[in-house]
Design a binder for this molecule. Structure first.
Ligand code: C2E
Ligand code: MG
Ligand code: MG
Length: 575
């Protein structure tokens, strides 16, 4: 009896321990992230634990119920893998893992199986641990996407594009074919970005990207390089000049405006440069860079165009890089000098003023003309310190001369768009005038139409402000830019300089004469003063005099001279 009691007590205690253990296991399973399937080989029974209900709506009890799991996952080869993982029981294969997509709940699940064996190698138990890996999976997919694609446009990103382009080049080297790389840049994209905001700018970049995507086909790939710049690579074994066809297609499509979500219609043009393997370069990066260089050229020629790479473009670029490096040095060393070219009233040939023209004494002892370095200085911003020096030096020189000669005249100073745009420009100029005690009307600023292009309204306002102080404004190189006579009347200027290119042919070409005369009539009607630039011949002078041009400047009277030489010339003419 006591033995029976003892055994019963023991059993009770054991049961209690077991239920305690089972409770513990259940709690552990329930609090775990995933679901568990436990299978006992002896009992042929399956038990679901943990978060089973989160993933599956059916019950599971028999081994055959595993089929229900197989039915629930997307079958793209993953089903057979899952079958192996679920039915795993071969000796030596204790672990197996796979991931499958659960159709109904749109989840990615990971199945991880572990089989337990007895000492004779017979399987006894199996646990399948199921976890939700959807987040991880999306992150991986996103990372994978980011590794190859540009998130804004859905086109290839630069890195992957370079890889694919290198592959095209490899193929082309084996087949003796051409690979064309097109660099495509949206013209005046800044206007959209600044005018409509970055979000609309992005929308345009995206829509244009879609356009390029539509043009891709076998052997044609596109990428978004940065901002408003794209690249297309074409493997062209048949040599069919596909780049030109693509350009035509882009032109046709961009005739229609792009409709943005804020309701604006944006009409664009593009500048396209093409560099081809093997002629231009042999590596992917070089081809991309060279195509970009061509785009700079297309932009400089007035945008909205298509051009192939050629050697002079590269030479110009290398030259400008060298100039740029030397220019930095020159700014610190102050290796500049001002030359002065006199301007005379046509009627009495009295001195009207002088134009200050910069020269650069390079370390090699040459005197460099501004055409070789002013465009580079404008591009890299060093025109701002250079321009400040020009203003101060010319005003200082003028104050000395006026004292010395005993009469006032006009000092004309060339001002670049970038200088002019600086907020402190007006204050700086007034300070300098004050410092050297020079009157505002003794100074003339020469601006070109490029100053006006970006923002006509803002520039006009600034010109009015300057003229309000009495500073004279002259429009330089008239006739070379977009020169519309209609905008002239809106411009607050005093003087208009007719470009040398008109004077060059005024004697030989009757249509130039017609234009020059109508410009002069217009100038008179608007009350401006006219100056002819680049007068080299007596006959030109006579003709210009006869049609009423007010002032003449040119080699016929004097080349631009160093200050000391000009001084001698003027002092000589006074004697
Ligand atoms: P620009 O302002 O139109 O200056 C007139 C240019 O024509 C000068 O060239 C002058 O030397 C040249 N020239 C004058 N008369 C004749 C002529 O009869 N025959 C020929 N063949 N040429 C003549 P330069 O000095 O080489 O200057 C070129 C351009 O560089 C200037 O054109 C101006 O736009 C720019 N520049 C010169 N100095 C400065 C400066 O200090 N600052 C800025 N921003 N630009 C400057
Ligand atoms: Mg000038
Ligand atoms: Mg000029």
């Amino acid at each position: 009896m006591s033995e029976l009691h003892y055994k019963l007590d023991l059993l009770k205690a054991m049961n209690q321990k077991l239920t305690e253990k089972e409770r513990m296991y259940r709690m552990v399973c329930d609090s775990a992230e995933g679901a568990f399937l436990y299978y006992s080989f002896d009992k042929s029974k399956l038990t679901a634990l943990g978060q089973w209900r989160e993933y599956f709506s059916f019950e599971i009890a028999e081994l055959s119920d595993l089929q229900k799991i197989l039915d629930a996952v997307e079958d793209e080869g993953s089903e057979s893998q899952l079958r192996e993982v679920l039915y795993l029981e071969k000796k030596g294969e204790e672990h197996a893992v796979t991931e499958c997509f659960l159709k109904e709940r749109h989840l990615w699940l990971q199945f991880r199986t572990r089989v337990y064996y007895d000492h004779s190698g017979r399987p006894t138990d199996k646990v399948i641990y199921i976890t939700n890996v959807t987040k991880q999976r999306h992150k991986d997919e996103e990372l994978l996407y980011m590794a190859y694609y540009d998130s804004l446009t859905g086109l290839y990103n630069r890195n992957y594009f370079v890889q694919l382009l290198s592959e095209y080049i490899r193929k082309a080297s084996e087949t003796n074919s051409i690979v064309s790389v097109m660099n495509i840049d949206i013209d005046e994209f800044n206007k959209v970005n600044d005018g409509l905001g970055i979000v609309m700018g992005d929308e345009l970049v995206q829509q244009f990207g879609m356009l390029l995507k539509d043009l891709c086909q076998e052997n044609v790939i596109a990428c978004h390089l940065h901002r408003d710049v794209y690249c297309i690579a074409i493997y062209d074994p048949a040599g069919t000049r596909t780049a030109e066809h693509i350009y035509k297609a882009i032109k046709a499509r961009t005739k229609q405006p792009f409709l943005l979500s804020n309701g604006s219609d944006v009409q664009i043009t593009v500048s396209v440069g093409v560099a081809e393997y093997p002629e231009a370069a042999r590596s992917a990066l070089e081809l991309i860079n060279y195509a970009e260089l061509v785009v700079f050229r297309v932009k400089a020629m007035g945008r909205n165009g298509f051009q192939y790479f050629n050697a002079p473009i590269l030479d110009d670029f290398l030259n400008s890089v060298e100039v740029e490096n030397r220019l930095r040095q020159a700014v610190t060393n102050r290796d500049f000098e001002l030359y002065y070219q006199p301007q005379y009233y046509t009627g009495n040939m009295r001195l009207r003023g002088v134009e200050a023209l910069i020269r650069w004494h390079s370390s090699e002892g040459e005197v460099l003309s501004p055409d070789t370095f002013i465009p580079v200085a404008e591009k890299n911003g060093s025109i701002v310190p250079i321009g400040k020096w020009v203003v101060e030096e010319s005003v200082r020189q003028y104050s000395v001369w006026r004292q010395q000669f005993g009469f006032p005249f006009i000092m004309s100073i060339n001002i670049s768009a970038l200088q002019y745009k600086k907020d402190d420009f007006v204050d700086f100029l007034l300070n300098i005038l004050n410092k050297y005690q020079v009157k505002p009307f003794e100074i003339e600023l020469e601006i070109t139409e490029s100053v006006l292009i970006d923002d006509f309204a803002a520039v006009s306002e600034k010109l009015k402000l300057l003229r309000g102080y009495g500073i004279r404004i002259s429009l330089d190189d008239f006739g070379t830019g977009f020169s519309s006579l209609s905008y002239l009347k809106k411009l607050p200027i005093d003087t208009l300089k007719i470009d040398k290119s008109f004077i060059d042919t005024v004697l030989t070409d009757s249509s130039t004469r017609v234009i020059t005369e109508s410009i002069l009539n217009m100038v008179k009607a608007l009350g401006f003063e006219s100056i002819a630039e680049g007068v080299e011949q007596e006959q030109q002078y006579k003709y210009l005099h006869s049609i009423g041009c007010d002032v003449l400047q040119g080699y016929l009277f004097s080349k631009p001279l160093p200050a000391a030489d000009l001084e001698k010339m003027i002092v000589g003419s006074l004697e």
